[in-house]
Structures are given as C-alpha cells and as structure tokens.
Design a protein around this ligand. Structure first.
Ligand SMILES: NC(=O)c1ccc[n+]([C@@H]2O[C@H](COP(=O)([O-])OP(=O)(O)OC[C@H]3O[C@@H](n4cnc5c(N)ncnc54)[C@H](OP(=O)(O)O)[C@@H]3O)[C@@H](O)[C@H]2O)c1
Length: 378
C-alpha cells in the first residue's frame, strides 16, 4: 500500500479531550484512499490534517469501521452508484465524538455513536451530520457494534419491514455466513423463524450452531436440495447473489411468499457496466410482480426514502436501536472475523475477499488490533 501526504480541503482542527486520560490531541488524521480500479495493494494510506466539523456536524474519532461487500465492488468500479475516483471508502463506522460543530450540543463530546456513511468511513477521523448518529450502548465493544451497523440495519429492515416474517415461518438466506447473512440468520432465529442457509461447506458447523440448516451453494442440485427441505415453499428468500439464479429463488416461494433481492454479488467479477445487472434484475422483479402468481418480489435498498430525511433517520435509529439492544442483551452474537489496523486496509480487503472468513473484517485505529485474531500477513 502506498503512503502519501496531502493537504485536505477542510480547515484543520484539534480534537477535544473525550476523557480524562486522553493524551495530546491528534492534529493529523489517517485515511485510506481508493484511487481507481485497483487490486487491494493499490489502496493508498494518506495523512491529512484532522478535519473540522461544520454547522450541524460532529467529528468522530473512529474506533471501528469495516470491510463490506460494497468496498469489494467499489474497488472494481462495480458498485451501482459509487462516487468518482479517488475517494475514501468505508460504509459505516463506530466512533467517539471528538469535536462538535456550530449548532450541535457540545455535551455530545466523548459519547460513542454509529453512523452509516456509504463512503468515507475508512479514516481515523470522520465528519458526519449529528442528525445521522445512532447511540451505541456502552456495554458493547466498538468492533462488535461495527459488525451490525450496515449489516444489522439491512437484515432487520429486510426481515421486519420488507418480508414481515412471523414466528413459525421458514426462510432461505443465501450467503448465510456473510456479514448481512449472519445478521439475518440470527435475527430470524430470535423472531422464531426457521432458516435454511446457503454457504460454503467450511461454514456449515458454525451455521448449525446458530440453528441454521446449511446447504452448499456449489451443490449442482442446489435448487433440488432447497426444495427437499421445504417442499411447500418458503415464506421468504433473501438473495444478494442476483444473476439468473434469482429465478430459482423466486420459484422457492410458497404462495404469498416474498423474494427480497438486495444485491448482484454474482456479477462482481464480470466485466462491463455496474448498472446493467441491477437494471436487468429490476426488470425481472417488476415482471414477476405484474404477473398473477400470488408471490411478491422486492429490491431492498438501505438508502430508499432518503429524500424524506427525518423519516429515514427515525426509521434507521429505531431499527439499529433494536439491533444494538439485542447485542447488549447478548441475544445477538457479533461475528468479528478479524481486527486489522486501519493502515493495513489492503490486508483486510484481501482477507474479506478470501472466502475463508465468517462475519465481518473490522478495521480499528492503528495499534488497537489487540483482543482479536492477529492481523493477517500481507
Ligand atoms: N441493497 C442494500 O441496501 C444492501 C445493503 C448491504 C449489503 N448489501 C449486499 O449484501 C451482500 C452481502 O454483503 P456483505 O457485506 O454481508 O458481504 P460479505 O460479508 O462479503 O458476504 C458475502 C456472502 O456472499 C457469499 N457469496 C459471494 N459470492 C457469491 C456467489 N457468487 N454465490 C453465492 N454466494 C456468494 C459469500 O460466501 P463465501 O464466503 O463462501 O464466499 C458470503 O457468504 C452484498 O451483495 C451487498 O452488496 C446490500
């Protein structure tokens, strides 16, 4: 990974002391830049002045951020609406308020929050709108909370707002070992829902521990195996894979069932437009909904409804609040695959893409990777 030093456009600032034991306030921030379509080793480490929060904003000192599938797509230029290169990736983070901007309650300083950012989270210091903050219970670690920000919101909303599952239902979760997948299977279990989950064989024992019936997604007769486990069809299928396999997902539904499509992972490595696979998927879903088949097909988008900002934020705060409460009660098991220092984001990316991990690869401030698995070798 290359190291560069650049001047940031924002005014530099120092960080207010969040706690009694804080050493000298930081004046330099570290951020990871995605300069273009690159292999993980092409990510750049940049050192910049710590930015200052503007009106209505806070500065978060990052305690945990993570690698989502979105960054794997973005480094290939394959995320549906990614910003132009170069940019700082990072879909979400947990951090402590280090400074408040004009119009923000100064009492927020020192408190810990989560924020959904889509990009920008892979930095030691991140400016976010104060209105976007969601409180993190003090009893949970930042890394554990991080595993459930974008993943927890996505899983909760798909289960309870889109599919509206009920106790006694059976659902199919594709990629049950992934970040969203592992949140989905646990939240479904808590709701009394039976889960059939697809995953590579190496993850099956862990999934059984979570009460999931695992099926290998490389099984040539995957559809037959899933049918055999739920001959009458299932209440919902959660499909992030997309491609032609989504037809099989729709056919697994029982009458009244709902397909919740939420990604096109199968086209991550396919050359061409980032938008074409998604638009093809939308056309398919629209066609199924137009036909009289008593089944429903939805595309879930975590950012849907963002134009009505107040309602969007309220929903997000309520849903993530429920997820964090379950985490604090010990009913949700956070799946931290590894803690990796921010400056080694390239290693974190390689690990997340290796197909060997269960749960989320978490990035932590440099020097704070203790308590977890050792950082992977470059
Ligand atoms: N629509 C939204 O608002 C929204 C929000 C959040 C996430 N997402 C989507 O959710 C998906 C999962 O994200 P994540 O961060 O949880 O990713 P992740 O932790 O990397 O997990 C990805 C999972 O997908 C499996 N997988 C990968 N390629 C596959 C394929 N071709 N066929 C079947 N399974 C495959 C992986 O299995 P192995 O480990 O065996 O490779 C793994 O279980 C992504 O597609 C992402 O874009 C959508």
């Amino acid at each position: 990974m290359r190291e560069t030093h650049t001047i940031e456009h924002r005014q530099p600032t120092t960080i207010a002391s969040p706690a009694e034991t804080t050493p000298a306030p930081a004046t330099r921030a570290t951020e990871i830049v995605l300069p273009g379509v690159v292999e993980p080793g092409g990510l750049e480490v940049r050192h910049v002045p710590v930015p200052a929060p503007g009106p209505g904003e806070v500065l978060l000192a990052m305690e945990a951020t993570g690698v989502s599938f979105a960054e794997q797509q973005m480094r290939r230029g394959k995320y549906y609406d990614q910003p132009p290169f170069p940019f700082v990736p990072g879909y979400d983070l947990v951090g402590r308020v280090a400074a408040t901007g004009p119009g923000v309650d100064p009492a927020l300083a020192g408190r810990r929050f989560a924020a959904l950012t889509k990009t920008g989270g892979w930095a030691s210091h991140v400016v976010v709108d104060a209105a976007d903050l969601v409180a993190v219970p003090e009893s949970v670690t930042s890394a554990d909370a991080e595993t459930l920000v974008v993943n927890g919101i996505t899983a909760w909303q798909m289960l309870h707002r889109t599919a509206k599952v009920e106790a006694g239902d059976t659902v199919v979760v594709l990629g049950a070992n992934g970040g969203v997948g592992s949140a989905l299977v646990q939240l479904a279990g808590i709701a009394g829902v039976r889960v059939i989950g697809t995953a590579s064989r190496r993850h099956h024992d862990k999934l059984r521990e979570l009460g999931v019936t695992p099926v290998d997604y490389r099984d040539p007769d995957l559809r037959g195996r899933l049918r055999g486990l739920a001959p009458g069809g299932v209440r919902a299928v959660f499909d992030h894979v997309g491609g032609d396999g989504v037809v099989d997902s729709f056919r697994l539904l029982a009458p009244g069932g709902t397909l919740v499509s939420y990604g096109t992972a199968s086209t991550r490595d396919v050359a061409g437009s980032s938008k074409a696979p998604v638009l093809k998927l939308f056309a398919r879903l629209a066609m199924w909904n137009a036909l009289p088949n008593s089944r429903h097909a939805h595309f879930f988008n975590i950012w849907a409804g963002r134009r009505r900002a107040d309602a969007f934020r309220e929903r997000l705060r309520a849903d993530l609040g429920q997820v964090f409460a379950l985490l604090a009660e010990g009913r949700l098991r956070p799946q931290v695959a590894a803690r990796v220092p921010l400056s080694r984001a390239a290693d974190a990316m390689r690990l997340a893409e290796s197909g060997t991990v269960a749960g989320k690869v978490v990035l932590v401030p440099d020097g704070e990777e203790r308590d977890g698995e050792p950082a992977p070798e470059a």
